[in-house]
Design a protein around this ligand. Structure first.
Ligand SMILES: NC(=O)c1ccc[n+]([C@@H]2O[C@H](COP(=O)([O-])OP(=O)(O)OC[C@H]3O[C@@H](n4cnc5c(N)ncnc54)[C@H](OP(=O)(O)O)[C@@H]3O)[C@@H](O)[C@H]2O)c1
Length: 313
């Protein structure tokens, strides 16, 4: 967990980052509820661990529950430890859907209040697929507001965090972003973000890969977690995950260890974001990150990758 540079930003981050969307209790996405107590205990376990990078968002939970719960845990610890990088994201107004520059500034203020901090070093534009690119980059739009926050020193770095790789590439082409986060698109089952990540890395943009378990399927197994990438799954994806689980079992490696290390070992990824919702998961995730995996297993898993038409866009 030695911190390393996040692209050419001045930030240093641990290769593992804890993702907090499950802490918002979103049973529609994850299939279970998470109480305030469990969420706070999870963040406390993270603060006690060597992981020094936390990912959240204004929009995790209908009323920002993830940020509020992180705020409770930080308050109980007397504030954010100086060596922890806390990143959050700006989201549209949950009632009107407004995602203008004005809303970006309001979203950031809301986040700071919930988290109980004065600023965050890294602020992402979250899921920009919810508005058109033209709207986001127009005068008075979301991108201009983020750049203003950075120019005014209210955040150190700005990033774009979302799914569709072609759209993310368009945002990176603007030259305004310091960091990129994509999710579910560089996993054992899906490689759609690989060339975007490699290009971002070459340009000095920090690269963050989220959801190495495909939202849970590669951690719990396809027979327990029926969703894949937060949506309905194609059975052929589940079959590939089953074949991979069997290959892992032959090598006596837990499937989630291989899924996690697949991202951790990629030369173009600075940090991997894993969603956790209970304190035990923190140690378990660190254990998975440290297990030795035989080279032969990687070669075998490569033969099982579903063809690109099954990958997310
Ligand atoms: N657009 C964006 O910015 C964006 C999009 C997606 C994700 N993200 C970030 O990335 C994070 C990771 O994504 P994610 O949480 O959706 O997906 P993920 O990391 O692929 O999977 C998380 C799921 O895996 C389960 N899990 C983790 N470790 C496990 C283990 N050892 N055994 C069994 N199950 C395990 C968790 O269940 P338990 O709750 O049981 O631990 C959770 O349901 C998010 O929390 C968020 O911070 C950002």
């Amino acid at each position: 967990m030695t911190p390393r540079p996040l692209g050419s930003t001045g930030l240093e981050v641990t290769p593992l980052c804890v993702g907090t969307s499950p802490l918002a209790s979103m049973p529609r996405l994850y299939g279970y509820d998470v109480s305030d107590e469990r969420a706070v205990a999870t963040i406390e376990a993270v603060l006690d661990s060597p992981i020094r990078f936390i990912d959240t968002s204004n929009g995790y939970g209908e009323h920002g529950e993830a940020e509020k719960r992180i705020g409770l845990a930080l308050a109980a610890r007397g504030g954010l430890p100086a060596d922890v990088v806390l990143a959050t994201k700006v989201d549209p107004d949950p009632v009107t859907g407004d995602f203008s520059g004005k809303r970006v500034l309001a979203s950031y203020e809301e986040s700071l209040e919930r988290l109980g901090v004065d600023r965050v070093p890294l602020l992402y534009l979250h899921d920009p697929e919810r508005i058109s690119f033209e709207e986001a980059v127009a005068p008075g739009g979301a991108v201009e507001a983020l750049v203003r926050l950075r120019d005014e020193g209210r955040v150190d770095y700005i990033g774009v965090a979302g799914g569709p790789v072609r759209l993310l590439a368009q945002y990176l082409e603007t030259g305004k972003f310091d960091a990129l986060l994509s999710h579910n698109r560089y996993t054992l089952l899906d490689r759609s973000a690989q060339s975007l990540f490699a290009t971002a890395r070459q340009r000095g943009i920090g690269v963050v890969n989220a959801a190495p378990f495909g939202g849970g399927m590669l951690a719990k197994g396809p027979d327990v977690q029926s969703k894949y990438g937060y949506g309905e799954r194609d059975e052929r994806i589940a079959d590939a995950a089953r074949a991979m689980a069997a290959a892992c079992a032959r090598h006596e490696v837990p499937l989630p260890a291989a899924a996690l290390q697949f991202s951790l070992r990629a030369p173009f990824i600075d940090a991997t974001v894993v969603g956790v919702s209970s304190p035990e998961r923190v140690d378990q995730t660190l254990e998975y990150a440290g297990l030795e995996i035989p080279e032969g297993l990687w070669a075998e898993l490569e033969t099982m990758v579903p063809p690109s038409d099954f990958w997310l866009d």
